[in-house]
Design a protein around this ligand. Structure first.
Ligand code: HEM
Length: 419
């Protein structure tokens, strides 16, 4: 099919975007879509060039322009407008949507909160969470692997890091799910009202916990942020409430869905590629490389955005100042110039780790070490305790969510046996 035959928002293209990515690579690595007001960047080389040059390519619109489908529409409802204004306080650009020099100042604080040392120290409790989750369904011989496992793990880890007591986990999950609902998919005004209410309650709750941390510091991310000193042009100063909310909300959104999607997708890859599963079962030391290969082939953050700050030529295509670029990380990870037989899931692929699933440059995923830890521990325990994974015939074929930013399964009903 020719490039002009594809519509990147089409649910079918979103479910299986690979023929579209091939057409992009062949016909137009920088592909202008005037009716959407964007240019799509799809090759490994050009995408790398963009993410390493934040001065030319701003992150100001990290999740895209407002008029793409799914963004909140302006409407006449004054109550809703008011709620939006209040909840928007966490929208201050700290990480994803920040540019130099401010980005680096916030980023250095979050680097500390998610440092290799702190992440390594989380392994035992991550394993405890994983073990408890598997205990919950191991005797049933079947499970919705996304709902009962993949979604639960990252949420529990984030909750722990912001000080939610175990007894309050259920309530927290309900609220947090609501508070981060409605991202880049169409929501009704009623749904949006609920989302915003939950968000406001969550913000209030979080600021109270931050205050507690200032008085009684703990070894968690919230304490690091509540007691941090931000570098400024004058004197260093503590983070204000809006900045703390902005960072925590991003950790929650960026850390939860993404990791959950990868865990679900990796299980489906195993079911679809039993020879690769056998390799990992025989040699569990391959789990690390398997994770990289799953990130490459089923990239959870399929696309994000940049905006040109000046006139520039990219891949031979002149782009005026203000051009919005959609960076399709998932397409770059399927680029045959970088990855031979890019469509194949090969757990022993030598350069699997050079994928762009965590991006690169200054916005390189600050949670990458934590994500890798969670996914590794998850599969170490799953493969130790379970085997003979297959799709549950009582349910329809697994389907992906229709999002142009994230790629992940809605549900994954599987059957298995105890190992
Ligand atoms: C498999 C799991 C994950 C994937 C695929 C992923 C992917 C990404 C990508 C592609 C970016 C770059 C954004 C850009 O280009 O502008 C990013 C940034 C980010 N990620 Fe992750 N992420 C994952 C897990 C996590 C986790 C566990 C956390 C935190 C708990 C996290 C927090 C963040 C934050 C805060 C940023 C913004 C960093 C910045 O702009 O400096 N992510 N992630």
């Amino acid at each position: 099919m020719a490039l002009t035959d594809f519509n990147l928002m089409d649910p079918q293209t979103l479910e299986c975007p690979y023929p579209f990515y091939e057409a992009l690579h062949e016909e137009a690595p920088v592909h202008l879509i005037p009716e959407m007001g964007i240019a799509v960047v799809s090759t490994f080389e050009l995408l790398s060039e963009v993410v390493h040059d934040p001065k030319t390519y701003s992150s100001g619109l990290a999740t895209g322009p407002v008029d793409l489908p799914g963004a909140f529409d302006e409407d006449e409802d004054p109550e809703l407008t008011e709620l939006r204004k209040k909840a928007a306080r966490s929208g201050v650009p700290t990480l994803l949507a920040a540019d130099p020099p401010f980005h680096a100042r916030y980023r250095s604080l979050v680097n500390k909160a998610l440092s290799a040392r702190r992440v390594a120290g989380m392994e035992n409790y991550v394993r405890e969470i994983v073990t408890d989750l598997i205990d919950g369904f191991i005797n049933n011989g079947k499970v919705d692997f996304t709902k009962e496992f993949a979604d639960e793990l990252p949420m529990s880890v984030v909750a722990d890091q912001i000080g939610v007591p175990r007894s309050g986990l259920k309530e927290f999950k309900k609220r947090a799910d609501l508070a981060i609902g409605g991202i880049e998919r169409q929501v009704t005004p009623e749904e949006e009202r609920n989302v915003l209410q939950a968000k406001l309650e969550f913000q209030e709750w979080l600021l109270e916990r931050a205050e507690e941390r200032r008085e009684n510091p703990k070894d968690d991310i919230l304490t690091t942020l509540a007691t941090a000193e931000l570098e400024t042009d004058d004197e260093p100063r503590p983070l204000n409430d809006d900045e703390i909310l902005s960072i925590i909300e991003q950790l929650q959104v960026a850390g939860k869905e993404t990791t959950a999607h990868l865990i679900g997708s990796a299980m489906l890859l195993f079911i679809q590629n039993p020879d690769q599963l056998t390799k990992v079962q025989r040699d569990p030391s391959l789990i690390g490389n398997m994770i990289e290969e799953a990130l490459r082939t089923e990239t959870p953050v399929r696309a994000l955005f940049r905006t040109t700050t000046r006139e520039v030529t990219l891949g031979g295509v002149p782009l005026p100042k203000g051009t919005v670029l959609m960076l399709i990380y998932a397409a770059a990870n399927r680029d045959e110039c970088e990855f031979a037989n890019a469509g194949d899931f090969e757990v022993e692929r030598e350069n699997a780790r050079s994928h762009l699933a965590f991006s690169a440059g200054p916005h390189y995923c600050v949670g990458a070490a934590l994500a890798r830890l969670e996914i590794r521990v998850a599969f170490e325990e799953v493969l130790k305790r379970m085997k003979h994974f297959r799709l549950d015939p009582d349910y329809p074929e697994p389907k992906r969510q229709t999002s142009y930013i994230l790629r992940g399964l809605e549900e994954l009903h599987i059957q298995f046996e105890k190992a």
